[in-house]
Design a protein around this ligand. Structure first.
Ligand code: G3P
Ligand code: MG
Length: 258
């Protein structure tokens, strides 16, 4: 069995914001996550056609907006003209796709000091230059929160870490654990972000590394992670997770109190 970190508090990280209750990856979802008491935010960054860092999960805009096409084929102005809220509820009509900078400014307005987990969505399209842009951005905009970069694409993490070593790095994986563990041994990443299904299937052979599984949405999966005191969980339902963690670990939200 992997290392049991007996006393640590499991950090609750809101997946694409409070995705379970708001349009994912929008400022509404991130504000809701903070209001729900999440310790952190997970989100996804890609590049628009004109090279702007925008926040979106899918490589296409079709599922979460009223538009169609690839993110990388649309300019920032075209992306900003889309409605990223109506697909969830007409009440959210007019919600825009945010830029990375808009998310950072929202966190700063909230005096956020938790975990900001930015996933480089480079596993389908590599978005050349994204790592350099991120390094430049965060060098020019020092932040008062904990920055954790993650990606399914190992090379993105290696490249960005070389440019911006002061952040924390985490390897995402569904089943490709061998590469992730090797990156841990080489100190290319400090943490692993595995699929919760992989974690449960390998519960007796978990690596001796800090784990933040995704997407931990059921009470049973949350309980499993809280009892094992993993470093974190990435969940669509941070409010529910905060309540359950209170019962199991006896703590509520932490960054607002620290
Ligand atoms: O970072 C955890 C999780 O977001 C990885 O998968 O597809 O939701 O970005 P995905
Ligand atoms: Mg993600």
């Amino acid at each position: 069995m992997g290392t049991v970190f007996t006393r640590q508090i499991t950090q609750i990280i809101a997946h694409r914001g409070s995705k379970g209750t708001r349009p994912e990856n929008t400022l509404l979802a991130f504000q809701a996550a903070l209001d729900d008491g999440a310790d952190g935010i997970e989100t996804d960054v890609q590049l628009s056609r004109d090279g702007q860092m925008i926040i979106m999960h899918d490589e296409q805009v079709d599922r979460t907006t009223n538009g169609s096409g690839q993110v990388r084929d649309l300019t920032l102005a075209q992306l900003k003209a889309l409605d990223a809220g109506s697909h969830v509820d007409p009440a959210y009509a007019g919600t825009q796709i945010p830029t990375l900078d808009e998310v950072i400014r929202l966190l700063q307005r909230n005096c956020f000091t938790g975990i900001f987990n930015l996933e480089l969505k480079t596993n389908k399209f590599p978005y050349p230059g994204l790592e350099q842009q991120l390094a430049t951005y965060f060098t020019q905009h020092p932040v008062g929160f904990r920055l954790v970069f993650s990606s399914f694409r190992a090379q993105s993490l290696v490249t960005l870490r070389r440019l911006y070593p002061q952040a924390e790095y985490a390897k995402l994986f569904q089943t490709a654990s061998r590469q992730a563990k090797k990156m841990g041994r080489l100190h290319q990443v400090a943490d692993l972000h595995p699929d919760i299904r992989w974690v449960k299937a390998h519960r007796f052979w978990l690596p001796h590394m800090q784990l933040r599984p995704w997407t931990v949405n059921s009470s049973a999966d949350m309980t499993y992670c809280f009892k094992r005191r993993f470093a974190g969980i990435i969940t669509d339902y941070p409010a529910q997770a905060v309540r359950l963690r209170q019962q199991i670990q006896g703590v509520s939200d932490s960054w607002k109190k620290s």
